[in-house]
Design a protein around this ligand. Structure first.
Ligand SMILES: [Zn+2]
Length: 214
């Protein structure tokens, strides 16, 4: 069945009726507005479609590759968020149904990043999304960041989150968004690591290692 709840259009099955009845629309609307302001996005996103999946096969059909058990959500074209349903998430992922609403917030951040037509720098795309998903950041690092081009998923999520979390503590959300977008727009994949680190310092106003040190 399909139900419109605020700006969301949700596709689900009867076993999730109760979850949909308790859908925290006002919380999600607040997060939507926060993220919109962060990206300084001038328009409203079109209706956000939430597609709950009930099997790995169905999820993989849209995901396009093999599902790993730490993945519970992703976005696809036309403002669609795909998630494992509350009824099955515990069986097929390492997450439980309490993670679903934070995941929707995380994915909304990816929608704004994508619709802002920013080049995808994973460290920042995931860092921003994880910042909006989680209130606190418990990551501590005891090494120097030498590159902003990492492919390491653990580094991307944890260090990305730490960078954004500390930036917001320093500058607030709106200014952090402005500064980061300046940096992302100036980011050039052909630059070497040192050039990107100094570009970060120039556009954001602080050395990244100064930012994350304890
Ligand atoms: Zn993500």
């Amino acid at each position: 069945m399909i139900k419109k709840v605020g700006r969301f259009l949700i596709k689900y099955e009867e076993c999730d009726e109760e979850f949909i009845d308790n859908f925290p629309l006002s919380y999600l609307e607040e997060q939507y507005q926060r993220i919109k302001l962060f990206f300084n996005y001038p328009n409203e996103l079109s209706t956000i479609r939430i597609n709950f999946h009930y099997s790995k096969e169905d999820f993989e059909f849209f995901y396009g590759s093999k599902h790993e058990n730490w993945i519970s959500a992703f976005t696809s074209h036309k403002t669609t968020i795909h998630l494992f349903s509350p009824a099955v998430i515990e069986d097929v992922t390492i997450h439980d149904s309490n993670s679903i609403i934070p995941s929707i917030v995380h994915e909304m951040s990816h929608l704004f990043y994508g619709y802002s037509k920013l080049q995808n720098i994973e460290l920042f795309n995931e860092g921003i999304a994880t910042y909006f998903q989680k209130k606190e950041c418990n990551t501590k690092i005891n090494f120097l960041i030498k590159s902003l081009k990492s492919n390491d998923q653990k580094f991307i999520y944890n260090v990305g989150h730490l960078i954004i979390y500390n930036l917001v503590n320093l500058f607030g959300e709106e200014l952090t968004g402005d500064k980061l977008i300046q940096f992302i727009k100036a980011y050039d994949k052909s630059y070497d690591d040192n050039k990107l680190l100094s570009l970060f310092k120039e556009k954001v106003g602080i050395d990244v290692n100064e930012l994350v040190k304890e």
